[in-house]
Design a protein around this ligand. Structure first.
Ligand code: HEC
Length: 177
């Protein structure tokens, strides 16, 4: 099935109605062309992150699938997703990177998307790319500590109110494929 058709299909069925991020009726917020975003992911990111965002088994490239959107819940996480070298240095325009990241967040992490998620814009991407990280490893370690402390999977946490099974059924298994 065509990717954009899939996104519309999800919205038509209203499966994502609890998530404001998808309530625009045009498919996934911040992704005007899901098929193009997926192709850009394949061309620029998949070589390291894998077709399904699983990363590498040796731990060098982190898993994005089921993980990526968690960063949006901690201070500095939103910025990090763009400042990390794989994003910041990709040979792709700010407009297209915004689409790829928004697509990745929905495809790989619908379960953990904040309810009030605001899609990345090209302007935000340009601003963050202009401020590269000096030590990725140190910044990432601090964020991982913050994620652990946030304990997002605990009952009653920020994620506790989403109908996870429905969200996963709609987007995780269909847009990525
Ligand atoms: C050359 C391999 C490579 C490519 C290509 C690559 N990445 Fe990555 N990516 C990594 C590695 C390694 C990390 C872990 C942080 C670090 O050491 O840079 C990472 C981390 C990330 C993270 C943060 C997740 C985390 O847990 O640290 C995001 C977001 C990300 N990459 C997005 C992208 C996007 C978007 C693209 C394509 C435009 C891309 N990457 C292309 C290797 C790559």
């Amino acid at each position: 099935m065509h990717q954009s058709a899939v996104a519309s299909w999800c919205v038509v069925l209203g499966l994502l109605s609890p998530l404001t991020a998808f309530a625009d009726g045009e498919g996934v917020a911040g992704v005007t062309d899901p098929a193009q975003a997926r192709i850009d992911y394949m061309l620029h990111c998949q070589g390291c992150h894998g077709p399904d965002g699983a990363g590498t088994t040796d731990g060098v490239v982190p898993r994005l699938n089921g993980w990526l959107s968690r960063f949006l819940h901690i201070p500095g996480g939103r910025e990090f997703l763009i400042q990390v070298p794989g994003s910041a240095n990709a040979a792709i325009s700010p407009e297209r990177l915004a689409e790829v990241i928004n697509w990745m967040l929905v495809s790989f992490g619908p379960v953990h998307l904040p309810r009030d998620f605001v899609a990345y814009s090209a302007e935000e991407i340009s601003g963050l790319r202009a401020k590269p990280l000096t030590d990725v490893k140190v910044v990432r370690e601090k964020l991982m500590d913050a994620l652990e402390a946030a304990n997002l999977d605990a009952p009653g946490s920020v994620m506790g109110t989403l109908d996870q099974a429905r969200v996963v059924r709609c987007c995780q298994t269909r847009i990525v494929g």
